[in-house]
Design a protein around this ligand. Structure first.
Ligand SMILES: [Mn+2]
Length: 349
């Protein structure tokens, strides 16, 4: 919105519904305008939201490089570069098919992981109750536990697809049970996901112990190891993930360190021989049509980034996630460029 109350958003031609989109980059330069994700409206500028982008600046769960607390702002800044209206790879209009907003940041206590997680859970729960699906921007990976708890309360146990170089199912660090390397074991103990439907994608690198993979498998996870992509490719990875998920509700958690350090240097625990950004986007796009009830992109640590490589990767992945949500929502057809002849009008949601 502009100060005079007019709305210079984001579309050529007539609005199809009441959705308030991002600023139109052909009218307001992408380096200008609000600092929200993709220059979207804020929650208080719309009546309701289908999708909320929520920042969680928090990094007290990190085990090596700190700094992911600055991730949400870096991802928002990098998201200015996105051309938002139409994604040909998905044939989707992510910000027209649904009302997407930037819900700001959770005020997460940097001195208390339990209090931070409670704040995250409360915030995500409130958004879910209001009818919005939440795409969380971290923050270190610990924050996913708060989001998963909220999604569990709202939707029950979900299938979990976890993109990461690391298992994140270790038991403790220095006696601490909730960290960015152990939150998934806590999530398993709490029954937050369906263990027979969950997959790690992109795992690689040396481990603390020979038994780590077996201990992880006992929690129900199956793994698409990063090295397997050499043989099975994007299509094979997508097939394996989709077969595991089935028609269950799905939570997608994407640690940006699943990318190779060349594609994402600005992260807390980089790991060599990772995915290319093309592979990651290809696999994520391959999950179109699944019933996504929550998602996050985490572990951008801007102090180690160069030329916004990592934050742009995270912003683009978040944009893809929002595109997937547009495709999994009833009413999507109304936002397609060419609705099939005779299709009934769909009310704005
Ligand atoms: Mn992780």
């Amino acid at each position: 919105m502009q100060e005079d109350g007019t709305n210079p958003t984001a579309r050529a031609g007539e609005p199809r519904n009441e959705v308030v989109g991002p600023l139109d980059a052909r009218l307001v330069p992408r380096y200008a305008g609000p600092g929200t994700f993709a220059r979207l409206p804020r929650l208080d500028q719309v009546e309701r939201a289908d999708v909320a982008v929520l920042g969680v600046p928090f990094d007290a769960g990190t085990s090596y490089r700190p700094g992911a607390r600055f991730g949400p702002e870096a991802v928002r800044q990098a998201s200015r570069l996105l051309r938002t209206a139409y994604d040909p790879a998905l044939d989707a209009e992510p910000f027209r098919a649904q009302q997407v907003i930037d819900a700001g940041d959770v005020s997460a206590n940097p001195y208390s992981i339990p209090e931070a997680l409670a704040a995250i859970e409360l915030e995500v729960s409130g958004l879910l109750t209001s009818g919005a699906t939440v795409v969380t921007i971290g923050g270190d990976h610990t924050i996913t536990l708060g989001a998963l708890r909220a999604v569990f309360r709202h939707s029950g146990p979900v299938a979990l697809v976890h993109f990461d170089a690391h298992l994140d199912t270790w038991d403790t660090y220095f006696g601490a049970r909730v960290t960015h390397g152990s939150f998934l074991r806590r999530a398993a103990e709490e029954g937050l996901f369906v263990d027979s439907a969950s997959t790690h994608v992109g795992i690689r690198g040396p481990l603390y112990d020979r038994e780590d993979l077996a201990a992880d498998a006992e929690l129900g996870f199956r793994v698409v190891h990063c090295q397997e992509l050499n043989d099975i490719g994007i299509r094979g990875a997508v097939e394996r993930i989709r077969a595991r998920v089935g028609d269950r509700r799905l939570y997608l958690s994407i640690d940006i360190d699943v990318l190779d350090p060349a594609n994402a240097p600005g992260t807390g625990t980089p790991e060599l021989a990772g995915m290319t950004s093309r592979e990651l986007l290809g696999i994520v796009q391959g999950l179109a049509g699944l019933d996504i009830v929550g998602a996050d992109v985490v572990e951008v640590a801007p102090a180690y980034d160069h030329a916004e490589i990592t934050s742009l990767a995270a912003a683009t992945v978040a944009y893809k996630l929002i595109g997937l949500l547009a495709m999994s929502k009833p009413g999507t057809e109304a936002a397609r460029p060419s609705p099939s002849p005779g299709a009934p009008d769909v009310e704005p949601r």
